[in-house]
Design a protein around this ligand. Structure first.
Ligand code: GTR
Length: 320
């Protein structure tokens, strides 16, 4: 009996180690575990494992466990972190053409944006970033960003002089400054206390982030001006990619692409949850019926683009 148990135990150990992954990749995520984008990361991880018969395992480190977004991007470029899911705003300081994808009032809506991202322009951007040390795997959605403030804002004029937090992105600084506000770039994790202590007067983000960060508790006025739709990206470190076989890289790329619809569906569900909770909390939501004054304020940003970036904008506008 004892011998049999020992034999069974030895068999179990062999079976478990046979399943153990050959490669473990760490994926950094700024959002908490139940956030729709993090759920996209987990779906991606599940698909990678399935497609490589368990040889590659992706471990998701959510809630900034591996650091704030900009610092994580630097680590991914160096190969110290394997993967990250990031907003393209901070990533654009590493690859300028990404700024084009987050220009204010660029897309005619969600359908247009996805046609662009899944089409030629999206492909060009995903492959172009490989020159900068990253492998662009896919885009995720992040809705539209709007302003939220401690005092009520009803139009661009009310933004004048307000200190508004932005992501660590030159374009976002320019965008907010165009309204006569004073842009305050800072990491995501510092915004709640900056709002609470009055270091800043407001910030800007989509419904899910406004809700999950609890910023809505300390900045109760949300004006739905939708100044920009900023896609997000799953990126792999290029130096890590170089150590993988072509077949494994292909599996990783396919897993990323297949996780997109799931992320978008989870996003839509979470937007409803966030809206309902924020309305219930008694926040003041201001709908915008005429975007013209907002659009006019930011229009000069298009003049600052390089010629090749202007060409990309034209290509995007031509996508119907
Ligand atoms: C969120 C985005 C994050 C982060 C954050 C921010 O919408 O998903 O990756 O960029 O905004 O404002 O810092």
């Amino acid at each position: 009996m004892r011998k049999l148990l020992v034999a069974l135990f030895a068999f179990a150990v062999v079976a478990v180690s046979a399943q153990a992954a050959e490669t473990v990749l760490r994926l950094a995520e700024t959002h908490p575990k139940d956030y729709p984008t993090t759920k996209g990361d987990y779906k991606f991880a599940e698909l990678v494992e399935k497609k490589t018969d368990g040889r590659i395992k992706v471990e998701v480190y959510h809630s900034k466990q591996l650091g704030e977004e900009k610092a994580v991007i630097e680590q991914v470029q160096l190969g110290a972190i394997d993967l990250t899911r990031t907003s393209i705003s901070p990533l654009a300081s590493f690859y300028k053409d990404l700024d084009v994808l987050q220009m204010p009032y660029l897309y005619a809506g969600d359908a247009h944006m996805w046609k662009v991202l899944k089409g030629e322009v999206g492909e060009k951007i995903l492959s172009g970033i490989s020159k900068k040390g990253f492998v662009g795997l896919c885009f995720y959605t992040s809705g539209a960003r709007s302003f939220y403030t401690k005092e009520k804002v009803t139009g661009p004029a009310d933004l004048k002089g307000l200190k508004i937090r932005v992501q660590q992105s030159k374009l976002m600084v320019g965008l907010v400054d165009s309204f006569g506000a004073v842009a305050q770039p800072m990491p995501f994790g510092e915004v709640y206390s900056a709002l609470q202590t009055g270091v800043i007067d407001g910030a800007e983000n989509n419904w899910p982030s406004y809700y999950s960060t609890r910023h809505y508790e300390v900045a109760p006025y949300y004006i739905l001006d939708k100044h920009t739709q900023v896609p997000e990206m799953l990126v792999l470190s290029r130096s890590v990619a170089k150590k993988l076989s072509d077949a494994d890289l292909k599996a990783i790329k396919e897993a990323a692409e297949e996780s997109v619809d799931y992320q978008r569906a989870e996003w839509d569900k979470y937007v409803d949850v966030a809206k309902a909770a924020i309305v219930k909390a008694g926040n003041t939501i201001t709908e915008v019926t005429d975007y013209t004054p907002f659009q006019e304020a930011v229009a000069p940003l298009y003049n600052d683009l390089s010629d090749s970036q202007k060409k990309l904008v034209e290509e995007i506008r031509a996508v119907k």
